[in-house]
Design a protein around this ligand. Structure first.
Ligand code: DGL
Length: 258
């Protein structure tokens, strides 16, 4: 049975993989973490586009029914430079923007993201395409990715850093906040605490599930498989992967050269 390829620069896309697996436990997922070149979010869109093309081309060596680009920085690059492909390629920016517009009550949306995502303004454009009179306030959070890669999800240092970035965007009276990097849902508890109970948090994985459902019927009954591939391996990486994936078994964990 063809698999669903999922890719991110590191472990952040596992937050997306978790959501997809919970929805379709019978599917076979192949997750590629480009850990040798992480982070993407501090690089230029030109460089990120090259990485995205290489990662998708590598995943296409497997029998796939879809590719999910579970990285906002990579999705941003893909939206700027779309790729031709005979299997559908899904990004996480458009579904995140759509969900935010759906839940926003006051048309004031905040976006947390990497520098690449924020400077590309991909969310601003995607939100304005759906609802032109929405005000969008962006905040780059370059320290979040290393905290997640380190597995510091619940730590006083993490709470302090999260508070500093989140309070800077909440100051704009936003009603909705997009976690515009797939690493950030791993910090959801800290982000929610810093944002306060009035602000709706948006995880693009939810919109992505709707997009996948629209395109193809997927296997909702159990028995699926999870294969993890990474371009650089360390025991620490494996610990963080297991921390983020929780109790679900990993069928294989391999290092690959793309
Ligand atoms: N998970 C990636 C994203 O959604 C960011 C990680 C990185 O900077 O490589 O943008």
């Amino acid at each position: 049975m063809p698999a669903i390829g999922v890719f991110d620069s590191g472990v952040g896309g596992l937050t997306v993989l978790n959501a997809l697996r919970a929805r379709w436990p019978g599917e076979h997922f192949i997750y590629l973490a480009d850990t040798a070149r992480l982070p993407y979010g501090s690089k230029s869109l030109h460089t990120i586009s090259q990485y995205v093309e290489q990662c998708i081309a590598f995943l296409r060596n497997y029998d796939l029914k879809a590719v999910v680009v579970a990285c906002n920085s990579a999705s941003t690059a893909l939206l700027e430079r779309p790729m031709k492909s005979d299997v559908p390629i899904f990004n996480v920016v458009e579904p995140g923007a759509r969900k935010a517009v759906e839940v926003s009550s006051g048309k004031r949306i905040g976006v947390l993201g990497t520098r690449a995502t924020v400077f590309s303004e991909a969310y601003v454009r995607a939100i304005h395409r759906l609802q032109a009179d929405t005000e969008v306030f962006q905040q780059p959070c370059p320290l979040f990715v290393p905290l997640v890669e380190e597995g510091w999800l619940d730590d006083p240092v993490t709470n302090l850093i999260v508070y500093r970035y989140v309070s800077a965007v909440v100051r704009n009276n936003i009603d909705t906040l997009i976690m515009g990097c797939t690493h950030y849902p791993a910090l959801r508890a800290a982000i929610a605490k810093a944002a306060g109970p009035e602000i709706q948090l948006v995880d693009s994985a939810h919109g992505l599930i709707e997009d996948l459902t629209r395109i193809q019927p997927l296997e909702a009954k159990g028995g699926g498989k999870t294969q993890i591939l990474c371009t650089d391996f360390s025991p620490r990486l494996e610990e963080t992967i297991r921390l983020l994936l929780g109790p679900t078994p990993i069928d294989s964990l391999e290092t690959v050269d793309i």
